[in-house]
Write a protein that binds this ligand. Structure first.
Ligand code: GLC
Length: 670
């Protein structure tokens, strides 16, 4: 059951698709304190209560014990001391003596103090007192998630090929370097479906331009790669370079499509292209205009995009830069005797990036109202991506496109997926990814994944292999790394065949994985679940944060520590242990419920199938175009002990048709 409570004059975020009548009277479960300007929601937490949710956030699956802030942030250090990452996902479930879900539909900054100040209290504080709050009750956490997902609408479905393995790097800067990556994978016998074009494919980082010197005859190049079964995925950034003669800039200025400063001038701030203007994605006309630009690339054969820097990231504004210089100048020639002065000076420029002052200094015009960006900050990336999705739907209605974004708000999940931004080649970030997947799924973000191998810092072969052993199960499986870091394409490493074995297994699993994904979309299920969601009465499951249930029949428990020879795994019931060995053979062993130490060498992949389920594997191929998704029971391999399984699939993939009408089911008997 869902109850809606409204306070003040909420901004319509368009995150919710169902019309829920407004309740009068006091909200359930929370004490509310309210003045004209501010308000606070407080609830007591019993000692055994678990708090799930918040989508993309640092720390555990159980969010207790920290203070989080919803404020889309471009921060490449995803460490425990942080309070915000790129997404703002204000949905929580409190699971304990009282069980309920709560969604705070609020586009501005919001603080969730979950037992940080007082270990037995949850306190939620929005920036101001205008918001909708939905209270969702149900018999189980899963039932609450389902109900919430119905409220926010069905998740985005990418094309099937977007489940293939994807390779990225900042940047493959010209056509030959892209060809070399394709060759590298092909020669190593490692399947590959896409290669990404990071910002260097553009002219001076100008959106919707292509540098002909680096990519001569781009359209033919796209076709050449497609003929090899590889799709190119260009990046689109939120900021539009200020440059006379650049059509996107000139059209934006002429039509008032950019965000304005307090004096009504186009707001200017620097990102990769230097000084840019930001399209006013909260304005329907500007959204339509920007979204229509993607057609320039789809007309050249492009079938997918990643939207970036859309928190929006701001390196500095003219005003901020000026102020910083002035303060530094004041010290010029005077040797300070105070370390505090020194630290102040040192941080003066670092603090310029993504500053609250800048976010407070520009405005949106929604067509009906002018709003300060700061108050609706969390809707920017969502609406950039919605603009792209709507543009793509017009440009290529006859096929699904791949689209994912860095910044997000709930509601964006109907238009696209997300990737989890600039992580590091750190062992802890494998575990971070594992923990974030169910939280994202709760909020409808099903097509998601992390930069495999880590974006920042140098990757090692063992880290990459262990990360891939998790990645083979995530919908978005993309290896990406930053400029200046060690090359981390799989074929660069000594044991190419180990990588090939894992990636081939991913392809063999694709009919099942895609089916489970479609099932999660169609039935508002979570693809990844904490064990406690499936086994609510099993006390041991409540604290397990390094294993996940996947789809209907699988459990995964990847290794995420260096130099480990295996790990402890808890089986809430008897299951079949599946082991993919280095030579590609697969063994299946029954294990009893309880704790087990499972040996998992670096070149083996281990996971578990619940009794009564079966997972069919098809043949692998160099890419999804070359694969046969029909399972032939005569030749297929079956994992687990079930005698049949239902596979969902789509025969055609248009984006404009009603999604569910396209999903079909077939039963496979082993
Ligand atoms: C941002 C993105 C990263 C990209 C880089 C250059 O840091 O998060 O993925 O490679 O910008 O475009």
């Amino acid at each position: 059951m869902i109850k809606k409570y409204s306070y003040g004059t909420p901004f319509n975020t368009e995150s919710v698709v169902k019309n829920i009548p407004q309740q009068n009277g006091e909200i359930d479960f929370f004490d509310v304190t309210k003045t004209n300007e501010t308000m606070q929601f407080a609830a007591n937490l019993a000692q055994s209560d678990i708090v799930y949710g918040l989508g993309q956030a640092v720390r555990g699956i159980n969010k207790r014990g920290w203070i989080y802030e919803s404020f889309c942030s471009d921060d490449p250090f995803h460490t425990e001391d942080k309070s915000s990452l790129y997404g703002a996902h204000n949905f929580l479930i409190i699971d304990g003596e009282q069980k309920f879900g709560v969604y705070f539909d609020f586009p501005g900054k919001m603080t969730f103090d979950i037992g940080y100040t007082d270990p037995d209290k949850l306190t939620v504080t929005p920036l101001n007192a205008n918001l909708d709050v939905y209270i969702i009750t149900g018999e189980s956490c899963l039932a609450i998630v389902k109900e919430f997902r119905e409220l926010i609408g069905k998740s985005y479905i990418p094309p099937m090929w977007a489940f293939g393995f994807q390779q990225s790097r900042w940047s493959y800067g010209n056509a030959d370097s892209v060809r070399a990556v394709a060759d590298g994978y092909q020669n190593a016998g490692i399947p590959l479906d896409t290669i990404y074009l990071d910002i260097d494919y553009m002219v001076d980082f100008k959106d919707f331009t292509i540098d002909d010197d680096k990519f001569p005859d781009f359209e033919s190049f796209v076709a050449e790669m497609k003929a090899r079964g590889i799709r190119l995925i260009p990046i689109i950034d939120a900021g539009v370079k200020i440059e006379q003669g650049y059509d996107v800039y000139e059209e934006g200025v002429a039509n008032n499509y950019f965000c304005k400063d307090k004096d009504g001038n186009d707001f200017a701030a620097a990102v990769w292209p230097g000084l840019t203007h930001f399209p006013d994605f909260l304005n329907p006309d500007a959204r339509k205009w920007f979204g229509a630009k993607y057609k320039k690339l789809t007309d050249m054969g492009i079938e997918g995009f990643w939207n970036d820097m859309n928190e929006p990231a701001i390196f500095y504004s003219a005003e901020g830069f000026d102020k910083a210089f002035k303060s530094v100048k004041n010290h010029s020639g005077k040797l300070t005797n105070s370390p505090w002065d020194f630290f102040e000076l040192k941080d003066t420029f670092a603090r310029l990036a993504n500053s609250g002052d800048d976010y407070r200094s520009f405005y949106h015009n929604t067509g009906t109202q002018k709003v300060c960006h700061y108050d609706v900050h969390n809707l920017f990336g969502f609406n950039m991506t919605r603009s792209a999705a709507e543009g793509l739907q017009e440009a290529v209605p006859d096929k699904r496109t791949l689209l994912f974004s860095r910044a997000s708000y709930i509601g964006m999940h109907r238009y696209a997926g997300i990737w989890t931004g600039d992580n590091h080649s750190w062992w802890g970030h494998i575990l971070n990814q594992l923990k974030v997947m169910p939280s994202l799924n709760m909020c409808g973000f099903l097509y998601s994944g992390a930069d495999l191998g880590g974006f920042n810092a140098n990757c090692t072969e063992d880290l990459l292999l262990r990360w891939l052993a998790l990645g083979v199960f995530t919908p978005l499986l993309r290896n990406h790394s930053a400029i200046g870091t060690r090359d981390q394409e799989f074929y660069r490493f000594k044991h190419k065949d180990w990588f090939a074995n894992f990636v081939k297994f991913r392809y063999r699993l694709l009919p099942y994985l895609y089916s489970e994904f479609l099932n999660a979309v169609e039935n508002n299920e979570m693809l990844f679940r904490p064990l406690a969601f499936d086994y609510p009465d099993d006390e041991s499951c409540k604290t397990i944060e390094d294993q996940l249930m996947l789809g209907q029949g699988l459990m995964i428990a990847p290794v995420y520590t260096q130099n480990a020879d295996g790990r402890n795994v808890y089986l809430p019931e008897g299951m079949t242990k599946i082991r993919l060995k280095a030579d590609g053979t697969i063994t299946q062993t029954d294990l009893r419920c309880g704790y087990h130490y499972i040996k998992i060498p670096l070149n083996e992949l281990v996971f578990f199938v619940k009794h009564g389920y079966t997972v069919p594997l098809t043949e692998d191929a160099q890419n999804t175009d070359a694969m046969d998704f029909d399972i032939n029971p005569e030749t297929a391999t079956f994992l687990g002990d079930g005698d049949s399984c239902d596979l969902l699939y789509e025969e055609e993939h248009p984006q404009s048709a009603e999604q569910s009408a396209l999903v079909k089911k077939k039963r496979i008997f082993r």
